[in-house]
Design a protein around this ligand. Structure first.
Ligand SMILES: *[C@@H]1O[C@H](CO)[C@@H](O)[C@H](O)[C@H]1NC(C)=O
Ligand SMILES: *[C@@H]1O[C@H](CO)[C@@H](O)[C@H](O)[C@H]1NC(C)=O
Ligand SMILES: *[C@@H]1O[C@H](CO)[C@@H](O)[C@H](O)[C@H]1NC(C)=O
Ligand SMILES: *[C@@H]1O[C@H](CO)[C@@H](O)[C@H](O)[C@H]1NC(C)=O
Ligand SMILES: *[C@@H]1O[C@H](CO)[C@@H](O)[C@H](O)[C@H]1NC(C)=O
Ligand SMILES: *[C@@H]1O[C@H](CO)[C@@H](O)[C@H](O)[C@H]1NC(C)=O
Ligand SMILES: *[C@@H]1O[C@H](CO)[C@@H](O)[C@H](O)[C@H]1NC(C)=O
Ligand SMILES: *[C@@H]1O[C@H](CO)[C@@H](O)[C@H](O)[C@H]1NC(C)=O
Ligand SMILES: *[C@@H]1O[C@H](CO)[C@@H](O)[C@H](O)[C@H]1NC(C)=O
Ligand SMILES: *[C@@H]1O[C@H](CO)[C@@H](O)[C@H](O)[C@H]1NC(C)=O
Ligand SMILES: *[C@@H]1O[C@H](CO)[C@@H](O)[C@H](O)[C@H]1NC(C)=O
Ligand SMILES: *[C@@H]1O[C@H](CO)[C@@H](O)[C@H](O)[C@H]1NC(C)=O
Length: 649
């Protein structure tokens, strides 16, 4: 809406643009246009190129000299019979069987063209020089081809009518000609995913620019981003991600009032404007700022005046020192400061309203900051926080406080987060019992309480009928009691670790009765006793990779059938990709925890959590029990046997 006026202005300025609004009237194609198109067809016909194969396309191959070229598929004419539009996008030019065509230089004869779309057609070679003849061009789309080589032999300065230029997703290289940035009415310049290199020069003549969207991401550009970028006063979105830029002029001479999205992630930005105390900002209206994976050493001070900012990502930098108090007052939706070297929080931290807050992998000390009451994704893991868990946990769906030095009990109020899917409190010094209500959380997928000092009886947990648990890790605690029968309700269980506790029970045959997604089972170092043969069960664990029953009091024979069915271990595990998916939106980076050599990663991908267990690793450990009889010969079929069931280590 806000550019409406500007569009009218442009329409007024360049009457030619109106062809996209008033449908072109077909009339008799002029002779020279027909010839030019036939010439183009001929150049595309692979008799000229090896290996020979017939032209196979949905449009060009049907161009027939006996019909009016204005009626040919992909061709649009003006009322006076000139070809003004050519859309050959997604054409299977060539057959795709090894044949690829360059863009014929004959394209340069169609000098009336205003719209040219050759995207996604497997064109190769360099962009023909004759492209510079197409002075009427308004839209040019050559994206998603295999075009290569430099583009500076084209006289871009001729294309004064160009509004939209898309060259993204090719193999184009060399420097980006300055003349492109000087095109007078260009609005979209989308050059991402190429191999453009070198430095950007000062953007001359840009002060009259209409550029709205500049995307140079995923190239090999480097050096300073010129201050004259502030000449692009209409700019709304800027993406310079995944290059090797070293500095960005955050202290611009002018304001870019329309700029709302800046992505500078994955560069080498180091030098930074850390500002004065003035409330002046060069970008008064940024909504999203992404600086992940750079070399910043401080939190840029100018951010404190960004009242419209919603998403801020400063993760994976080298930021040291203190998280300033003002950051909580920005009223952000999402804040990511993870993977830095931050040491303290400027206190007292006020109650804040972030929905996603990620502080993991820093060196933060002292009490845990507030868990926002409307928080969705909260990750404070891998720091040195040393308080107890606050009573007020809020409503998050992802909560990780793992690998800190938290003490005290797990408050029952944690169950107020009704929609929680992931709770990871592992590797702390928590004591007391596991709140029973945790086993009844309806949407819980991952519960990891490993490596604490939790006590009480595990048999008190009552997993409900609708249990969705995929990962349950209570290992390395001091939990007693009998194996909870209600775990039979958790039919999606993949990862069960109870190692190093004091659980005393017969071998839990009920695990054999569950629809078995089970990959990892560790009951190591408990007090399980008796035989492991399970009558009346299906004993199939087709996905099992790791079973560790060592250091218990198990006895009797190891049933051969028990083993033959563990197909996963016997298969060539290297060929499998075991990625387990769970639905729930998130966004950002992952927390991970390891189990022996198996790794479980809970990733907040854009659409789902991923839980990965390294598939090339299998383990059977039955050692330090009281098994009798001979080694079942079936065991020889296992690819990687960690240790013999009879040796104690
Ligand atoms: C042309 O391409 C289509 C789609 O790629 C394919 O199905 C068809 O067999 C091809 N025809 C010839 C003659 O190669
Ligand atoms: C482009 O080439 C690749 C590989 O030869 C082929 O798989 C693909 O189908 C082709 N695409 C088009 C649009 O012809
Ligand atoms: C078109 O361009 C090609 C190469 O640029 C040239 O050889 C040819 O004579 C031109 N004329 C026509 C009608 O195709
Ligand atoms: C190519 O870009 C033009 C604008 O320049 C756009 O209208 C068209 O949809 C794009 N084509 C494809 C296949 O995305
Ligand atoms: C910027 O470009 C990168 C790589 O091309 C892409 O992954 C990212 O989503 C883009 N950022 C925005 C904000 O669109
Ligand atoms: C990026 O630039 C820095 C200097 O700013 C240089 O040391 C480094 O090697 C460059 N990295 C790549 C991948 O080109
Ligand atoms: C900006 O940061 C640098 C390095 O941390 C420091 O030397 C300089 O004094 C700071 N400038 C201002 C204006 O704070
Ligand atoms: C920043 O960019 C990275 C990589 O493109 C992406 O994963 C992340 O979600 C982005 N952050 C924001 C806040 O958009
Ligand atoms: C934060 O919220 C809690 C309860 O919601 C309240 O008890 C506390 O006083 C608040 N703290 C501040 C600094 O507002
Ligand atoms: C658990 O408690 C014992 C005894 O109080 C202590 O020695 C040990 O360090 C604690 N373990 C953890 C992980 O806190
Ligand atoms: C397994 O299921 C069968 C059939 O439902 C039942 O008879 C048997 O008792 C179950 N075994 C165990 C150990 O739960
Ligand atoms: C065993 O598997 C069969 C078929 O796969 C199924 O019908 C039966 O219910 C299963 N029994 C138990 C005890 O799970």
């Amino acid at each position: 809406m806000r550019h409406l006026l500007q569009y009218f202005f442009l329409l007024f300025l360049i009457p030619t643009i109106s062809f996209t609004i008033i449908p072109a009237v077909h009339s008799l194609c002029t002779k020279d246009q027909q010839l030019s198109l036939l010439h183009l067809k001929q150049s595309l016909t692979p008799y000229h190129h090896k290996p020979y194969s017939p032209l196979n396309s949905t449009k060009v191959m049907y161009w027939d000299s006996r019909t009016d070229c204005c009626f040919w598929d992909g061709v649009t004419c003006s009322s006076d019979g000139h070809v003004v539009g050519l859309d050959l996008s997604g054409e299977t030019i060539g057959t795709g069987i090894g044949y690829r065509s360059p863009i014929p230089s004959a394209i340069g004869n169609l000098t009336s063209l205003r719209y040219l779309d050759l995207s996604n057609s497997n064109f190769t070679g360099s962009i023909p020089k004759t492209m510079g003849n197409l002075k009427q061009l308004v839209y040019l789309n050559l994206s998603s081809n295999m075009l290569n080589g430099p583009i500076d032999s084209i006289q871009w300065e001729n294309l004064v009518n160009l509004i939209d230029l898309r060259l993204y997703d090719n193999l184009l290289g060399g420097s980006i000609p300055s003349s492109i940035f000087a095109l007078p009415i260009l609005q979209f310049l989308l050059f991402s995913h190429n191999q453009f290199s070198g430095q950007l020069h000062e953007f001359s003549d840009a002060s009259s620019s209409y550029l709205l969207s500049l995307d140079l991401s995923s190239n090999n550009l480097e050096g300073l981003i010129p201050t004259s970028i502030f000449n692009f006063h209409a700019l709304e979105s800027l993406n310079l991600s995944s290059n090797n830029f070293s500095a960005f002029p955050f202290n611009g001479p002018q304001q870019l009032k329309n700029l709302n999205e800046i992505d500078l992630s994955y560069n080498s930005l180091l030098i930074f404007y850390n500002g004065t105390t003035s409330s002046y900002s060069s970008f008064p209206n940024i909504v999203r700022l992404n600086l992940t994976s750079n070399k910043l050493r401080t939190i840029p001070d100018f951010l404190r005046y960004q009242s419209g900012l919603l998403k801020l990502d400063l993760s994976q930098n080298q930021i040291q020192g203190m998280i300033p108090k003002w950051i909580w007052g920005l009223d952000l939706f999402s804040l990511n400061l993870s993977c830095n070297s931050l040491a303290t929080l400027e206190g007292p931290v006020p109650n804040f309203t972030l929905v996603e807050v990620d502080l993991h992998s820093n060196q933060l000390q002292g009490p845990l900051p507030t868990i926002p009451s409307n928080g969705g994704y909260v990750d404070y893991s891998r720091n040195h926080f040393s308080s107890s868990i606050p009573f007020d946990i809020g409503e998050c769906y992802f909560l990780s406080l793992s690998s800190n030095t938290l003490h005290g009990i797990i408050p029952r109020s944690i169950c107020n987060a009704r929609d929680v899917q992931v709770i990871d409190l592992s590797n702390n010094s928590l004591t007391g019992v596991i709140p029973k209500c945790l086993s009844a959380m309806p949407y819980l997928v991952v519960l990891n309480l490993r490596g604490n000092n939790l006590t009480g009886r595990i048999s008190n947990l009552e997993f409900g009928e609708g249990c969705h648990l995929s990962t349950l890790d209570l290992g390395e605690n001091q939990i007693k009691g009998q194996f909870p029968k209600s775990l039979a309700n958790c039919k999606d269980l993949e990862f069960l670790n109870l190692r190093n506790n004091q659980i005393k029970d017969a071998f839990p045959c009920l695990l054999m009765n569950m629809t078995s997604y089970l990959r990892v089972l560790s009951l190591r170092s408990n007090q399980f006793y008796g035989g492991i043969g399970c009558p009346n069960t299906n004993d199939t664990w087709p996905n099992l990779q790791i079973i560790d029953l060592a250091h218990n009091n198990l006895s009797g024979e190891i049933p051969a059938t028990f083993l033959t069915t563990w197909q996963s271990m016997m298969a060539d595990v290297h060929e499998k990709v075991n990625v387990l998916e769970f639905s729930q939106p998130g966004g950002g980076i992952f927390v991970g925890f390891s189990f022996g050599d198996a790794v479980t990663v809970i990733s907040k991908g854009s659409e789902r959590y991923l839980v990965k267990i390294i598939t090339s690793y299998t383990l059977i450990d039955f050692s330090c029990n009281k098994f009798s009889g001979s080694i079942p010969k079936e065991m020889g079929a296992f690819k990687s046997l960690y240790s013999s069931p009879w040796t104690c280590h």
